[in-house]
Design a protein around this ligand. Structure first.
Ligand SMILES: *Cc1c(COP(=O)(O)O)cnc(C)c1O
Ligand SMILES: [Zn+2]
Length: 431
């Protein structure tokens, strides 16, 4: 087992692998540290073992913080969790690339997870660890997708679950959570109010809050997105990743995933723009936020190292975290990889959803509209070398945020006759 201990990201104090998340010396966040034995590592063998693993995130169990060890080809851990996540499509998006004047764009479609967002990755890992630690009840503070995933995992495993959401969440996300038989609590307030309440409850109850006391394990689940992208690109690293930022966990952990595999020698140098360069290095990391909740993008633009909390107001509710826990680390990552953190308006988000749908056949929720709109912005600004291999990370499903696309197109309503059709329906044009 390579997982070693928890460590404070600030003062490096070490902690055991328990349900701990904050350093009691300096209040810094805790992170999982591994101890891979590189002396005996055979890269070819390891790649083959991964490829022979189950078709879900447990193929990467060697790099996840679980005591159970790696599963066999039958996916022992997968069956333990019940709702296997991951192995989502990486789609080459030539028509989108062409529209943006780029050469190579890939869409990582994480809407193709059991509850239709990337959150199934983090919840699967957190809940598996919670069970190892003996918890019987799971819980979360959610902006929407986490609620869906925690409720579904509770149902799949027969565990009690408590899900806390802002009361004004999209109806689709509320319905797609309550149906699993969870205890659903709508809190009158913003996500940051929900999170504060849950942090207090966490001290009172013996529950596994997946994104509070289990947060170090939860966060590790996001690395599997990086592992998959690299594996799907033939063990190569892309030149650039565009990723949505809420708390900043996904954004920073995708980089941690690439970093761990680079260190182990598992990856080859990057895409077309790095041909000839020797060692693989991290992709440029571009964070994407909505202007109505852009504490990280604002701090990036201002050259600040920390974020000033904001009160969110945006259609991208799944990204509406006004006080992002991983904000400083997201800023540092964007800067040290030559990336950025940008923000787009609600109108640009709607246009982003439409652009992605029309050019790739992928219908994303508002968060994916944010990511697509930021990619358009970077391309228009000339930030992207045309030869770069770019991965656009799409984290959620369009059917969950239908309000955002109302009025985006017209239905031609006609009487059931040829004459009405010929009079009322224009010639189609592929866009
Ligand atoms: C939760 C979420 C994110 C990112 O969340 P982080 O807190 O930054 O890890 C991105 N997209 C969607 C759709 C989400 O639900
Ligand atoms: Zn510390």
């Amino acid at each position: 087992m390579a997982v070693s201990h928890l460590q404070c990201k600030e003062c490096k104090a070490e902690y055991p692998l328990e349900a701990l998340y904050v350093c009691d010396q300096c209040f810094g966040p805790l992170e999982v540290v591994y101890d891979h034995d590189r002396s005996t590592l055979d890269v070819g063998e390891l790649r083959r073992r991964i490829q022979g693993g189950p078709q879900n995130i447990w193929r990467y169990a060697d790099f996840l913080p679980l005591a159970g060890g790696p599963p066999g080809p039958s996916g022992r851990l997968a069956s333990r969790v019940g709702l296997p996540a991951g192995c989502t499509p990486l789609i080459r998006a030539d028509r989108l690339a062409e529209r943006l004047g780029l050469r190579e764009v890939w869409v990582k479609n994480d809407a193709a997870n059991p509850t239709h967002s990337f959150k199934d990755r983090v919840v699967s890992v957190a809940v598996t660890r919670a069970r190892e630690l003996g918890f019987e009840t799971i819980a979360c503070a959610s902006t929407g997708n986490l609620a869906n995933s925690v409720a579904a995992h509770g149902a799949a495993l027969g565990m009690d679950s408590y899900v806390f959401i802002p009361a004004d969440l999209e109806e689709q996300k509320i319905l797609a959570t309550g149906i699993y038989g969870t205890t659903l609590v709508g809190v009158e307030g913003s996500y940051d109010d929900v999170n504060r309440l849950c942090t207090e409850l966490c001290a009172e109850r013996d529950w596994a809050f997946v994104n509070i006391n289990l947060r170090p394990y939860y966060a590790e689940g996001s690395k599997t997105l990086a592992f998959e992208i690299a594996e799907q690109l033939g063990w190569e690293i892309p030149d650039r990743c565009v990723v949505p930022v809420a708390s900043g966990s996904l954004f920073t952990k995708i980089a941690k995933g690439f970093e761990e595999w680079i260190e182990l020698g598992l990856l080859d140098g990057g895409g077309p723009s790095s041909i000839g360069s020797s060692a693989p290095r991290l992709p440029r990391m571009n964070g994407a936020q909505a202007e109505g909740c852009s504490p990280v993008a604002s701090a990036f633009a201002a050259g600040n190292e920390v974020c000033r909390p904001v009160k969110p107001s945006t259609i991208a509710k799944s990204l509406a975290i006004g006080n992002p826990a991983d904000g400083p680390y997201a800023l540092d990552l964007a800067r040290r990889t030559g990336g950025s953190v940008d923000a787009v308006t609600d109108e640009e988000i709607r246009a982003g959803i439409k652009l992605l749908a029309e050019t790739t056949g992928v219908f994303t929720e508002t968060a994916g509209g944010v990511t697509t709109a930021v990619l358009s912005k970077l391309a228009a600004r000339g930030d992207i070398d045309p030869d770069e291999r770019v991965v656009l990370v799409i984290t959620g499903e369009g059917l969950k945020t239908l309000d955002a696309v109302r009025g985006a197109f017209e239905t031609h309503t006609i009487a059931p006759t040829i004459e009405a059709f010929e009079a009322g329906v224009p010639e189609g044009t592929a866009v």
